[in-house]
Each structure stands twice: as structure tokens, then as C-alpha cells.
Design a protein around this ligand. Structure first.
Ligand SMILES: Cc1cc2nc3c(=O)[nH]c(=O)nc-3n(C[C@H](O)[C@H](O)[C@H](O)COP(=O)(O)OP(=O)(O)OC[C@H]3O[C@@H](n4cnc5c(N)ncnc54)[C@H](O)[C@@H]3O)c2cc1C
Length: 416
């Protein structure tokens, strides 16, 4: 006999689990199954935040939360964040015994610094609420049911079919085109997938061998993509990383793809120093006999980077501050305020990456995460064209959209 469920959740990640739990808690007795393709659930939660799981971010204003941190979804997520935002997420985890802590940069982690704490919490909540979890159960296709008994037919990998009244698609950002194919009977389209949150590859003498050096803050600009950002920059063995770079890669995920990840990047190493040339001139009097290369006048610029910028400005070797030629001084100002680097490609940021693209938000009712084309079909998490910058925003989108989908499905079950 064909199995029949009130709700089938496709995908056992953060959004699928949260949606299933919310639905089960609000509609007691509902028969809910999570179908997960792989042999483990919550795999991304496990590896997230370097194994610590950056659950959310210290930003309690729903409006600011959405507008500032979601390159895709900054407008669409405002309403959802008011309904279930950071405050509600923290309360939910804390009410289940997960203690959370906020780090200096606003990222929120479990105090255990262990993602297993979050996994245990979600699995226990699902279990307590009576959710069934099936691993190694890939859903190949989803279609309207021909039987009067249920609304949807789900075709599984082993050729089995199951029936469900409601379906939550929470298949994440990897293999988005497969997720779209799975629901193509419902006329949904797909915003093409593009990587987001990556680092910049730069082959340049000024930074060769300086990996590990970070400068905070810098301001950066990619003129040809109309992008800028401000924040800490980290020099790596391949180029530039750090929050300022990752943020730029997220806001520019599509534009930088269109440039084939080849572009000019301008860096202001001293964004808070207004009169850089004046400071260099002052050094002439303060330390005239000292060598320019070995006496950096700006505290937050590491000595080794300063020396490279001095070389790039073609300051004569062993030149003293008192004899620094005006031409060299102006070239040095250019290096400090407008260093141009050529970015020749991108690398994966292993700490966190996401996919831009997915089911377009205008095809989804953002109050319920229900398809605008087919009743009973819901979406949550990264499968929707929503993604955030690094810092806990991507999980917050999964909790928020999972909550809305779960509660809306529960309401429909209760309404019969
Ligand atoms: C290395 C790394 C670290 C990260 N760290 C953080 C962090 O600390 N904080 C943060 O906010 N974000 C982080 N992210 C991003 C975050 O993990 C994702 O945005 C989030 O997991 C999305 O949740 P989801 O449930 O939508 O998708 P996923 O977590 O990808 O879950 C989707 C699930 O669906 C399953 N699936 C897919 N297709 C099918 C199918 N046809 N049938 C059945 N099952 C299917 C997949 O196997 C998967 O288990 C990180 C990402 C990476 C890659």
C-alpha cells in the first residue's frame, strides 16, 4: 500500500528540520516525514562555523537585519524577520536548553562551541514532536497526485511513491537545477545558481609571502562592478580574504560572475586617515634621519606591508624621511590610499559559502513560504533565491523561512 503523510519535507537540513518541527509542534498529531537524500541529516550544520555553528547574528532590529545583510532578499525578508527573527530564534534555542553567546563581531554561537549542540537540539525537538526522519531517501520528482487521497505524489530513488497533502521543499543551494527539475510540474522558474562568499585570487609582489597579515579597517572598491565595502582584510597565500572581501563577493556574486572574476580592485589601506600626505611630511621633521622603509608612521598598518608599499612607490633604497622626494611621497600616498590590484579569479572560502539563486521570491508568498502557483507546496532555506553575507545570516534565513512554512502548514492542517 502507498504511504500517505500529512506533510512531506524534502531535505533534512536546517530549514527542513526547523519547518518540520514548527509544523509538528503547532499541529499535534500531524503525520510528518523528513526525506533526506544522504545518509546523514544536518550535515551543513555539523561543519558550519568551523564546527562551532554560527547560529545567528546579534541584530535585533528586523528591518536592519534584512536590509543590511541579505544581498538576495534584503527587501523580501523584512516581513518574515518581523514574524520570526533573531529574538525569536534565540528564545527558541534557549528555551530548549541551548545556551548562546555573542562574540565581539556580533556572531552568535552555542557556548559549547560545538555544532553538535545545535544538531542534538534539533533532533530531540523533532523526535519529541513526533517527526519521522528517513535518511537515504532522495526525492526524484514531485507531482500533483492523481488520487483523491492526497495532493502530491513524491517519487523516491528506489522507485517507491509516497503521497502527501502538503510538501515543504528544503533542498538547499547545491544542485539547484535538480531541485527546480523536481518541481517543474508546478511551473516554477529558477534564478540561475552562482557562488557567493568567496575570496579573491591576486598574484602581486606587494602581498607575496605576507599571508596571515590583516588590516582593519580598509575600504575597497570595484569600479567596474559598482561595488564597495569597508572592514577587516586578510592577506592569504592566494590573495585577499576577510570580512570586507567576503561581503563584496556576496553583494557582487552575479556581477563578479559576469566579469569572469577578473577585475581591478582599489584598496584604501588608511580610510580613516584624511591627510595622509600631511602625515608623511610631518615625519620628515619628527624622524628625519630614520629610513622611510623601516619606520611606518601609521600604527594599524603592519611593518611588512608598509615596506612593500614603500617599495611599490619606488622610494629610493635606504632613503631617509628628510630626503624623501616629493614625487616618491606622492606615489606613496597613491599606494596607501588607492592601491590597485588585479583580481584574476576566486577561491572557495571554506569556512562558509552559499549559493545565490533558486526559486524566485516573487513566486513564493513570503508570509507562508507557499508557492503562488500551487497550494500546499512550500519552500524554505537556500533553495529560495535568498542568501546572506557571512556571520550567521544564512542560518537565520533557514530558521525564519522554515518557521513560516511550518506554521502555515500546521494552520492548514488544523483548518482541515
Ligand atoms: C562550510 C560551510 C559552513 C557554513 N557555516 C555557516 C554558519 O556558521 N552560519 C550560517 O549562518 N551559515 C553557514 N553556512 C551556510 C548554511 O549552512 C546554509 O545556508 C544552510 O545550511 C542552508 O540550509 P538548508 O536547509 O536550506 O540547506 P542544506 O543545509 O543544504 O540542506 C538541504 C538538504 O536537502 C538534501 N536534499 C537535496 N536534494 C534532495 C532531494 N532531492 N531529496 C531529498 N533530500 C535532498 C541535502 O542532502 C541536504 O541535506 C555554511 C555553509 C558551508 C558550506
Amino acid at each position: 500500500m502507498t504511504e500517505r503523510w500529512d506533510v512531506a519535507v524534502v531535505g533534512g537540513g536546517a530549514a527542513g528540520f526547523f519547518g518540520a518541527i514548527q509544523c509538528a509542534e503547532a499541529a499535534e498529531g500531524a503525520r510528518i516525514v523528513i526525506l533526506e537524500a544522504s545518509r546523514r541529516v544536518l550535515t551543513k550544520v555539523r561543519i558550519s562555523g568551523g564546527g562551532r555553528c554560527n547560529v545567528t547574528h546579534h541584530c535585533f532590529d528586523p528591518d536592519q537585519m534584512a536590509r543590511r545583510h541579505y544581498p538576495r532578499g534584503h527587501y523580501e525578508l523584512i516581513g518574515p524577520m518581523y514574524r520570526f527573527g533573531v529574538t525569536e530564534t534565540m528564545e527558541w534555542f534557549q528555551s530548549r536548553g541551548v545556551e548562546l553567546k555573542t562574540e565581539d563581531d556580533g556572531r552568535i554561537f552555542p557556548v559549547t562551541d560545538d555544532s553538535q549542540t545545535i544538531i542534538d537540539c534539533l533532533q530531540l525537538a523533532a523526535d519529541d514532536a513526533g517527526v519521522t526522519v528517513r535518511m537515504s531517501s532522495p526525492v526524484r520528482r514531485l507531482k500533483p497526485s492523481t488520487s483523491d487521497d492526497a495532493s502530491f505524489e513524491l517519487l523516491l530513488g528506489d522507485e517507491k511513491t509516497i503521497l502527501a497533502d502538503r510538501v515543504l521543499v528544503a533542498t538547499g543551494g547545491i544542485r539547484l537545477s535538480r531541485s527546480a527539475a523536481m518541481v517543474d510540474e508546478f511551473d516554477h522558474s529558477l534564478v540561475e545558481a552562482r557562488p557567493s562568499l568567496f575570496t579573491f585570487d591576486i598574484d602581486d609582489e606587494r602581498i607575496a609571502g605576507l599571508q596571515g597579515i590583516s588590516v582593519e579597517p580598509v575600504e575597497m572598491e570595484i569600479k567596474m562592478a559598482r561595488l564597495d565595502s569597508r572592514g577587516p582584510l586578510l592577506i592569504t597565500h592566494r590573495g585577499f580574504s576577510g570580512p570586507a572581501v567576503l561581503e563584496m563577493s556576496a553583494w557582487g556574486a552575479r556581477r563578479l560572475y559576469d566579469l569572469d572574476y577578473q577585475f581591478e580592485l582599489r584598496v584604501d589601506w588608511l580610510p580613516d586617515v584624511k591627510d595622509v600626505e600631511g602625515r608623511l611630511i610631518a615625519k620628515r621633521k619628527e624622524a628625519g634621519r630614520r629610513q622611510v622603509r623601516t619606520l611606518a608612521p601609521f600604527e594599524h598598518l603592519p611593518n611588512r606591508l608598509w615596506a612593500r608599499l614603500v617599495d611599490a612607490a619606488e622610494v629610493p633604497e635606504k632613503c631617509q624621511w628628510s630626503s624623501l622626494p616629493a614625487k616618491s611621497r606622492r606615489r606613496l600616498v597613491e599606494q596607501l590610499k588607492r592601491s590597485v590590484f588585479f583580481v584574476g579569479g576566486k577561491s572557495t572560502h571554506k569556512e562558509e559559502f552559499v549559493t545565490a539563486g533558486g526559486i524566485p521570491t516573487d513566486e513564493v508568498d513570503m508570509r507562508t513560504m507557499e508557492s503562488r502557483f500551487h497550494r500546499g507546496l512550500h519552500f524554505a532555506g537556500e533553495v529560495v533565491d535568498l542568501d546572506g553575507i557571512t556571520g550567521g545570516f544564512n542560518f537565520q534565513a533557514a530558521w525564519t523561512t522554515g518557521y513560516l512554512a511550518g506554521r502555515s502548514m500546521a494552520q492548514a492542517i488544523k483548518d482541515g
